[in-house]
Design a protein around this ligand. Structure first.
Ligand code: NOJ
Length: 765
């Protein structure tokens, strides 16, 4: 609900901006969510034909009451985050929905996978797929029909955002590519994915209405919506996502779960979405309005809005029955689409603490997933500083001194094997012990936790080294005879709060105190987002800095393997690390209600397309560590950039294809193929993330549009391919309401990070 005066004010403001031509194209449609009605019916296009014909046959037998019952959750104490009731007479068993995108939570005998931010740091599509596949199997075993993930919103606009770690990256292309793999894999394991949170959900502050204060409105223009925030959702629709979760915030003044422009317009019309839209829990704020705007399912229940009210709305003609029929057809078609009618356990059966299967079955499933759990932990680590050959540690290192509050496991698990963390006083994450995940609904349940301390202890059993440790002192003193001093600290984040800072004095003091006497101080952060390092980065005794991100249950053993060089670092930052907070400008912190809008908080995305490296490029700010940066124990060279144009695909200005899942079909036409050679010029094996950026005319100077990660033995080389689609080369034309190829010169850059791009070429359209 938005106060009419405020809504009119926003529209008037936007019109004034457009009318007086005071602003650039990107601001056209700023703050506008024009009405889009009616909801396009799910029609069974593409791969959905069979599922829709079965769904229509089943839904055709339902009474209005039965249909309405399927549009909202019911309370069942089975541990699922939400439940849809069954219809026994029609053999429909109902559905269980549960969190989340990094592994199942609130149950046992499951695994804690590396979080989204770690998968983002891996830049590894195969890993994203494998992780999705093994996670999906666990959800299915427990009878979870719908996994509440992956997260592609937030996209990381706000550096202090509390949930950026649940998603993959602060770049739509990288985020979308990894989400595509995740959705494809989880759904091929038979579990529906609820891609969330739709859309422009970029801060925790005021995410929900409270008292007299409305939820924050993310105000943005149509081009930014398409090129940044919609982009990864589009990828997941293209992958066949069966479910999307609308978010808590408002968008251009209208609640996300009743915004007809975003649900009816962007998702169902423009992107041909065939699945259903579910609310975030408690995110529904109207009955008729949300039904007509395209919402299909309310969670966790129908209280206040749907249920009997929806039946009444149909009976009194305010909501056409065809809309309710479409809601249910979309829900049932998704169930058929993933073959849950023939091959699925009883909904939620394994969620209460119980061992349903033989021990051998559980253990075999875990062993099959073990390599992916481990690789997720390893590849999410990013080495950003390494001087004096600090790393890898020598096998001859005699004394390792260990400090910091993040090296050991918490002393007790929560119920159902959950781990939970909390901020220490002043927002310092001192209580966190080893941080394998962030907090809130994206936290998952580990089968075990391999801690840095345990893994380093095991390594010293093998190698004969001695350990000294002090995990308590706020100002520890290190033995100057230490071969190396390792400091384990973290940067916590959780759903429900934004981070209070991007660095904290308590943690920095521990690091500086160790560095005062130890000339080989190695800092290891477990970090749920950007962590600034400028308070100590240039200290001569600080020889190495590692961002571990959130590695999941294999945290310690992955780190130990990397420290001793049994594994090579191959992760790259999925965000930029600035030198100072102020470098992030308006994208540093969440917006708060103020002035005339004190009860109607507004978050104005006036930076448009310019977040993260796009912002730093535009403002000519040199970050401390740029997007895409990460060191290795070997070195790589890039050579032989070449470009081949498709001989068949059209380069007409606009696409002409019919709308299928993910938009007009020819958006995915391959227009150019770029190849480059990557050579491992060092002495050890390693993997390099080759990155392709494009400067599209009338767009930011460079944007990621390709990546590949070849594993190369020392001296080996490989040719990497980047496939550039029509969408990759287009910008969103707000007047045509289509993706548009630009006429002019396109610049292509290839290299190892967003700032280290030794190869380039141009072509013109
Ligand atoms: C609220 C969170 O925003 C969402 O991500 C989660 O899936 C639901 N709660 C259900 O727990």
């Amino acid at each position: 609900m938005i106060a009419p005066s405020v809504a009119l004010g926003l529209v008037a403001l936007a019109r004034a901006v457009v009318a007086s031509n005071q602003t650039i194209d990107e601001l056209y449609f700023y703050g506008m969510s024009p009405p889009v009605y009616p909801t396009p019916n799910g029609s069974g296009i593409g791969k959905w034909a069979t599922a829709y014909s079965k769904a229509k046959a089943l839904v055709g037998q339902m009474t209005l009451d039965e249909k309405v019952n399927l549009t909202a959750g019911v309370s069942v104490s089975n541990g699922c985050s939400g439940n849809i009731p069954g219809i026994a007479r029609l053999g429909f068993p109902g559905m269980c929905l549960s969190d989340a995108g990094n592994g199942l939570r609130n149950t046992d005998y499951v695994n804690a996978y590396a979080s989204g931010i770690s998968v983002g740091a891996s830049w590894n599509r195969e890993l994203a797929f494998d992780r999705g596949w093994y996670m999906g199997r666990e959800f299915k075993t427990k009878g979870v029909n719908i996994a509440l993930g992956p997260v592609v919103g937030p996209l990381g606009r706000v550096a202090e955002g509390g949930r950026n770690w649940e998603g993959f990256a602060n770049d739509p292309y990288l985020c979308g590519a990894l989400a595509y793999e995740t959705v494809t894999a989880m759904q091929s394991a038979g579990v529906a994915t609820s891609v969330k949170h739709f859309i422009a959900y970029e801060q925790e502050t005021d995410r929900n209405p409270s008292g007299d204060v409305a939820s924050v409105s993310s105000n943005l223009d149509d081009r930014t919506m398409h090129e940044l925030y919609m982009w990864p959702f589009q990828d997941t629709v293209h992958a066949g996502a069966t479910n999307i979760m609308c978010s808590y915030n408002r968008i251009n003044g209208s609640h996300a779960c009743q915004n007809s422009k975003t649900i009816n317009g962007l998702l169902k019309e423009e992107n041909g979405f065939q699945g259903f839209v579910v609310t975030d829990w408690g995110g529904q704020h109207s009955g008729v309005a949300s039904a007509l705007a395209g919402l299909d399912m309310a969670m966790p229940n129908s209280d206040f809005f749907w249920g009997a009210n929806l039946t009444a709305a149909v009976q009194n003609g305010t909501v056409p029955e065809s809309r309710v029929t479409d809601m249910v057809t979309r829900i049932i078609a998704s169930w058929y689409q993933l073959h849950q009618d023939v091959d699925f356990p009883e909904p939620g059966i394994g969620m209460p603490s119980s061992l349903l299967e033989d021990h051998t079955v559980v253990n075999a499933r875990n062993k099959a997933a073990a390599e992916t759990l481990y690789r997720g932990a390893v590849e999410g680590h990013v080495l950003v500083k390494n001087t004096n050959n600090a790393l890898p540690l020598s096998n001859d290192a005699a004394l390792l001194s260990l400090f910091g509050y993040a090296a050991t496991a918490q002393t007790e698990q929560g119920p159902l094997a959950n781990v939970s963390f909390s901020f220490g006083s002043g927002g310092i994450a001192v209580q966190n012990y080893t941080m394998i995940t962030g907090g809130g609904s994206g936290a998952n349940s580990p089968a075990y936790i391999s801690t840095p301390f345990d893994a380093i202890t095991n390594a010293c059993i093998d190698k004969g080294c001695s350990l000294y440790w002090d995990f308590e002192s706020a100002e520890p003193s290190a033995d100057p005879d230490s071969s190396a001093c390792l400091v384990f600290v973290n940067a916590y984040a959780t759903e429900g709060f934004n981070r209070p800072n991007l660095h904290d004095d308590y943690t920095d003091a521990i690091i500086l105190s160790v560095a005062a006497t130890c000339n080989n101080t190695i800092v290891v952060f477990q970090n749920a987002g950007v962590r600034l390092v400028d308070t100590f980065v240039d200290h001569e005794n600080i020889t190495a800095i590692v961002f571990s991100h959130l590695p999941g249950q294999d945290s310690g053993r992955a780190l130990a393997a990397l420290l001793w060089g049994e594994e090579n670092f191959s992760g790259k930052l999925p965000y930029s690390v600035a030198k100072n907070e102020t470098d992030y400008g308006v994208t540093l912190a969440p917006s708060e209600g103020e002035g005339a809008f004190v009860d109607w908080p507004q978050s104005n995305f006036t930076e448009g397309l310019y977040i993260d490296y796009r912002l730093f490029d535009k403002s000519d700010i040199t970050p401390r560590y740029e997007f895409g940066f990460g060191l290795s124990y070997t070195t790589f060279e890039f050579r032989n950039l070449s470009l081949a144009a498709s001989t068949t695909a059209s380069t007409a200005e606009y696409p002409t294809g019919a709308v299928a899942e993910g938009g007009q079909t020819d958006l995915w036409d391959l227009l150019y193929q770029v190849t480059a050679t990557v050579i491992n010029t060092g002495l050890v094996d390693g993997a390099e993330v080759a990155q392709l950026y494009i400067g599209i005319p009338n767009a930011p100077v460079k944007q990621l549009r390709g990546f590949a990660k070849p594993q190369l033995m020392a001296g080996e080389s490989a040719v990497v391919n980047f496939a550039l689609t029509r969408r990759d080369l287009s910008i969103w034309n707000i007047n045509a309401q289509k993706w548009q190829l630009q006429s002019g010169t396109y610049n292509i850059y290839v290299g190892s990070s967003s700032s280290d791009l030794p190869l380039s070429l141009t072509f013109s359209l």
